[in-house]
Design a protein around this ligand. Structure first.
Ligand SMILES: Cc1cc2nc3c(=O)[nH]c(=O)nc-3n(C[C@H](O)[C@H](O)[C@H](O)COP(=O)(O)O)c2cc1C
Length: 329
């Protein structure tokens, strides 16, 4: 066995010279300071619940045949490893439909954070109709810790049937805070947000902000593929909208630079963050408590058996924990 290994070293040495290096930001590689023995992660409070690892399953699905099994797998994973989870848009529940896709608290157990999810357009409409109690009733029945509100103007614009807001989302969120005494997380859906939107949000008493930044799944692009027009010049004009956005790194830079006391001090860093090394670097470079969120990456493995998702998550967590030991701020 040792002979084989020694022979492999000789054979592979010339093919084992990395051409690039991971950009570690403010962190440095410190092989003298950590260890590799198994670690039992300790619990910490986040988003009004308890987590064991700073990883979050970002909002995805509900309301289709496949969604139920996907949500059940994801919820079970979050319960087993102490991760947080946002449900996909709970809009069908407003019509009292498809509860079975979303009722996953029993699989998750009582501790890990679980959030319901509604679009800002539905919130605006329910406020106008004086029916915001519906959101509270649904969130309570799901035994969720609070409500995620997604703000997605460009995705809506890319859909012919998309919602058009009448009020700026920041104003709707302020009104929601007056009407509802429940934790609220606000997110984009894959294009992030600039410093003035962030400054507005962190000045509100919301529970957390999820970046859903530019660099991963992009729903404006996705809607454009769903609604290809026959007029190709119109397609080109619309395609530009999918290229707008801000990366997690940009958003972290703006938040760290705010010179006032933030009302909201918890963040979920997400949007194209699939690499555990990058997850560790981003989590550590933000000066406030944070978790890293992933949507499509978890989805890839959540569509089949639970064991497949579990195997992926265990590898992801293992690499994250190694980085935790050897990368220091
Ligand atoms: C299949 C799918 C469905 C999604 N549905 C929702 C949704 O209902 N509500 C929401 O807030 N975000 C939704 N998202 C957006 C994600 O929460 C996330 O912000 C975005 O995909 C970027 O993360 P990623 O690059 O890790 O995929 C969805 C994403 C995927 C992949």
């Amino acid at each position: 066995m040792t002979d084989d290994r020694k022979q492999d070293h000789i054979d592979l040495a010339f093919r084992s010279r990395p051409r690039s290096r991971f950009e570690l930001g403010d962190l440095t590689y410190e092989p003298m300071l950590g260890h590799l023995s198994p670690i039992e992660p300790s619990e910490f409070s986040f988003a009004k619940a308890k987590m064991k690892l700073p990883l979050w399953v970002s909002s995805m699905t509900g309301g289709t045949e496949k969604a139920r099994g996907i949500n059940q797998n994801l919820a079970k994973l979050c319960g087993e490893y102490g991760l947080g989870m946002g449900l996909g848009s709970c809009r069908p529940l407003l019509d009292d439909k498809r509860w079975e896709d979303f009722e996953v608290r029993n699989l998750m157990g009582p501790d890990a954070p679980l959030y319901s999810n509604f679009g800002i357009a539905q919130i605006e409409e329910l406020i106008a109709q004086n029916k915001i109690d519906k959101i509270i009733e649904i969130t309570k029945r799901l035994e969720a810790n609070g409500v995620i509100v997604h703000v997605n103007p460009l995705q809506e614009f890319a859909q012919p049937e998309g919602d058009r807001y009448k009020v700026a989302p920041l104003e709707t969120i302020k009104r929601l805070l007056e009407l509802m005494d429940f934790p609220i997380i606000v997110k984009e859906v894959g294009q992030g947000m600039g410093p003035r939107s962030l400054a507005g949000l962190v000045s509100l008493p919301i529970e957390a902000i999820e970046f859903a930044a530019f660099g991963g799944t992009n729903f404006t692009m996705l809607e454009q593929s769903r609604h290809q027009k026959t007029d190709s010049s119109k397609n080109e004009l619309l395609a530009g909208l999918a290229t707008i956005g801000h990366t997690p790194e940009e958003m972290i830079g703006w938040i760290n630079a705010f010179e006032f006391e933030l009302e909201c001090q918890q963040f979920i860093i997400s949007g194209g963050v699939y690499d555990p090394i990058r997850a560790k670097v981003l989590n550590d470079s933000l000066h406030y408590p944070s978790a890293v969120g992933m949507a499509s990456q978890f989805l890839k493995f959540a569509m089949g058996d639970y064991e497949q998702l579990q195997a992926y998550a265990e590898d992801l967590i293992e690499v994250y924990l190694v980085c935790d030991q050897v990368l220091k701020g």
